[in-house]
Write a protein that binds this ligand. Structure first.
Ligand SMILES: [Fe+2]
Ligand SMILES: [Fe+2]
Length: 238
């Protein structure tokens, strides 16, 4: 029997988690700080520009509104998991907690690698079939769900791993690390919506191979984006 499209996408996510160096190399102060600077910008760009292009292209009402709902939690206010703050603001507050100046965080510019990732995602999200776009919207959030890769990340997901690593590095605990903790819950919902859309529509639209390929390509861009944060973080003074 042919493997289901969901099983094939899960396999692609699993391979990404297994090979992406950012997950396997040690977290450092420089990398953590660079993550704050870049990921705050990245989350704003993806959720106020890129994911909305996918929503615009999506003919299924429930899926479209689900995308906009998830984006609004990320960029406007998350009352469900974030106490009313948007996710980029929660990350900004985490940056301040690890000793960064808020003004420095707010004035950050995207690295060349981040800009390249945005351009690549634009190509994968704005001008593709909406179902490929839905995969682009959600495949990286999928990594926050336990079950991919091996060891701790398999047990607790990517942001569960970060909660652990950042906690040790900066001696933080509990609510201090809410940025990571809230994603362990929020991204189950966000990524489930994407995986469900694929389950409902991929076969009907004869797009099984296309969505698996989209998952692979988008995660390659994530790998580049995270590699850029690691490289710049290793040079980072501040
Ligand atoms: Fe988020
Ligand atoms: Fe999310």
């Amino acid at each position: 029997m042919r493997k289901s499209v969901i099983a094939r996408m899960d396999r692609v996510v699993n391979d990404f988690v297994a090979r992406c160096r950012y997950f396997h190399e040690p977290m450092t102060r420089g990398r953590a700080r660079m993550f704050v600077l870049q990921h705050r910008l990245n989350t704003r760009q993806r959720n106020s520009v890129l994911k909305l292009k996918v929503a615009t292209n999506c003919p299924d009402w429930d899926t479209r509104i689900g995308i906009i709902q998830a984006c609004s939690e990320e960029i406007i206010a998350d009352y469900k998991h974030g106490g009313g703050r948007p996710h980029w603001r929660i990350l900004e507050d985490l940056g301040v907690r690890i000793g960064m100046r808020r003004a420095v965080i707010q004035q950050a510019q995207p690295l060349p690698s981040t800009q390249l990732a945005w351009a690549a995602w634009e190509g994968l999200m704005a001008n593709q079939h909406w179902l490929e776009g839905v995969v682009a919207n959600t495949c990286a959030e999928r990594v926050n769900i336990p079950g991919y890769g091996t060891g701790l990340i398999r047990k607790v997901g990517w942001f569960g791993l970060e909660r652990h690593r950042w906690g040790k590095l900066f001696t933080l605990a509990g609510a201090d690390l809410d940025f990571f903790e809230l994603h362990e819950r929020a991204d189950i919902e966000h990524s489930d919506a994407g995986w469900r859309a694929v389950e409902r529509f991929a076969r009907k639209l004869r797009m099984e191979d296309a969505v698996v390929a989209a998952c692979e390509r988008n995660l390659r861009v994530w790998e580049h984006y995270l590699g850029g944060i690691a490289a710049a973080g290793d040079q980072f003074k501040g």
